[in-house]
Design a protein around this ligand. Structure first.
Ligand code: GLN
Length: 545
């Protein structure tokens, strides 16, 4: 029988519930258990696809084309649990489904209510992941205990243990134990209140994971255990990790969390092997090079807007034993101050995906700078579209070339809408989404990086390269290194004469893992390492008497 773990959060948001859940998944999976991961988000949007990165950070796209919460990125990077549309539900989706059933007459004249109809719907999406070949389902509840929006979800997980038996469920609550400078001590009261709120609605947490900046003393641990009604060994410390998020699973392991879970749920688990993970941290701590990579995007100030890209750069850094200093640069700043001032010192430039006009000319200018100076350049989605616009304007000589997303009546629409997209007016879930096949030219940089010519990568865009311009681009040195299998959609463009200039219409960042860097990110960082080495060589030559 599949066992269920529920992860809730209390005291404040942003405690790293996603990362903690992903770490729990990792530890259990590495003990030989078959794990499924899921996030339930209390907001009313049907999915985060329509939300601004300011609200929600990155939208994480799965193979099946679902647009999901960025915590699913942590799940995929930390575990091998297959993720699908069923791995992320929101209040909006739950209500939509219930309302559709009501319209179909499925409720046979009953009054449709939060309890039991909404809670039943929530329980059914949790139950969907349970199967013969699944040992544990980990369900993370978004938001913080006490939020009005969270209540139906908490009520549903409370009922869940009545349905399948208490012994088959485990409630883990993540809280904050803040350090008060003025008092010179850690404070357990917020945790007591948060657990109090959970108990009011009928959930007694089995395990408390306490985020803290200082070690929790034995007395404080005993106090938390007593007031929160949990055994002492179920109060697990999760100290802040300044160095890397990859330390979290190891720290939870050191605090014996996996043992506790396995024991409480009576799981038949094997030994834990974290050697490769320790090796990864060792590499991260002992780099051979230090590289500066500029990421020029619209939401540079927002740490979560391009989360998977920053992660994928780190993975490629680990593969090359390079520490990556990522400089987030707002593209509007490039418009204001010019690329020379902002970009001259970097070993590589990346322009990520995005939407809309703001800062677009800064991206185009940044790409021109990288192209002309031979700085390794990696363009992703809108980054590829901007690279096409830049090349059209400055190399092919098509003045005013643009994407019709930004400029409807450009004289040279090098990026435009496909006919099938033109009739679509709804914004939610209507882009070209999810894993699609692409075929790479055998002698391309991309094929060299992947070591194969057929790839599957995830997409999230409406606009495409306009094939009318292909011949002119080729005549001026652009290589169309990847297309859809029928050749109709451009997937990868490259400049063979440049040290490393590769831009892709898809989002490779979603498939990179700490222990398996994505081939294109590894290729990009490899080129940045080479540039860094040749620059240090040159500066040494200059210093020589
Ligand atoms: N805005 C562009 C499009 O819709 C690019 C999207 C993206 O970068 N994800 O095609």
């Amino acid at each position: 029988m599949t066992k269920h773990i529920f992860v809730t959060g209390g005291v404040v948001s942003s405690l790293g519930k996603g990362l903690t859940s992903a770490s729990i998944g990792m530890l259990l999976e590495r003990r030989g258990l078959r794990v499924r991961m899921q996030k339930l988000d209390p907001y009313i949007n049907v999915d985060p696809g329509t939300m601004s990165p300011y609200q929600h950070g990155e939208v994480y796209v799965l193979d099946d084309g679902s647009e999901t919460d960025l915590d699913l990125g942590h799940y995929e990077r930390f575990t091998n649990s297959p993720l699908t549309r069923d791995s992320n539900y929101t209040t909006g989706q739950i209500y939509l489904s219930v309302i559709n059933k009501e319209r179909r007459g499925d409720y046979l004249g009953k009054t449709v209510q939060v309890i039991p109809h909404i809670t039943n719907e929530i329980k059914s999406v949790i139950q969907k992941l349970a199967a013969d070949n699944v040992d544990v389902v980990i369900t993370e509840i978004g938001g913080t205990v006490g939020d009005i929006e969270s209540q139906p979800f908490l009520e549903a997980i409370r009922q869940f243990s009545l349905d399948i038996g208490k012994e088959n469920c485990l409630y883990i609550h993540l809280t904050l134990v803040p350090y008060l400078k003025a008092a010179g001590e850690l404070k357990t009261k917020p945790t007591q209140h948060s657990v109090g709120q959970l108990r009011q609605i009928g959930i007694q947490p089995d395990i408390l994971i306490c985020r803290t900046e200082r070690s929790i003393s034995r007395e404080d641990r005993e106090k938390i255990a007593l007031f929160c009604n949990v055994p002492k060994d179920a109060v697990i410390e999760e100290k802040d990790k300044d160095f890397s998020i990859y330390e979290v699973p190891l720290s939870l392991m050191d605090n014996k969390l996996d043992e506790l879970i396995v024991r409480r749920l009576g799981l038949a688990a094997g030994q834990l092997d974290m050697d490769d993970w320790r090796d990864l941290l060792h590499k991260l701590r002992n780099p051979d090079h230090e590289l500066g990579i500029a990421v020029v995007g619209k939401y540079a100030e927002h740490r979560d807007a391009y989360k998977s890209i920053y992660e994928a750069l780190d993975h490629a850094g680990i593969a090359h034993r390079a520490q990556i200093r990522i400089q987030r640069i707002q593209s509007e700043e490039v418009e204001r101050d010019g690329p020379e001032r902002l970009l001259a010192g970097y070993d590589g430039l990346l322009v990520p995906g995005g939407f809309g006009e703001r800062g677009i000319e800064g991206k185009v200018e940044a790409i021109r700078f990288a192209r002309e100076r031979g700085i390794p350049f990696f363009g992703i989605c809108l980054g590829m579209q901007c690279a096409a616009v830049e090349f059209a304007r400055n190399v092919v000589g098509l003045a005013g070339a643009h994407s019709t997303e930004i400029c409807k009546d450009t004289p040279h629409p090098v990026i435009c809408l496909l006919d099938e997209q033109k009739a679509i007016t709804d914004k939610g879930g209507t882009m070209r989404l999810g894993a699609q096949e692409a075929v790479l030219a055998a002698d391309s940089r991309a094929a060299e990086a992947y070591r194969r010519t057929r790839i599957f990568e995830r997409h999230r865009h409406r606009y495409e390269f306009n094939n009318v311009y292909r011949n002119q681009f080729v005549a001026h040195g652009m290589c169309f290194a990847g297309t859809s299998p029928d050749g109709s959609l451009v997937e990868v463009i490259e400049l063979p004469a440049h040290p490393w200039f590769v831009a892709v219409q898809f989002h490779p960042e979603f498939k990179s893992k700490p222990t398996a860097a994505h081939p294109l990110f590894a290729g990009f960082i490899g080129a940045a390492v080479a540039r860094h080495a040749s620059r240090s060589e040159r500066s040494r030559e200059v210093e020589m008497p």
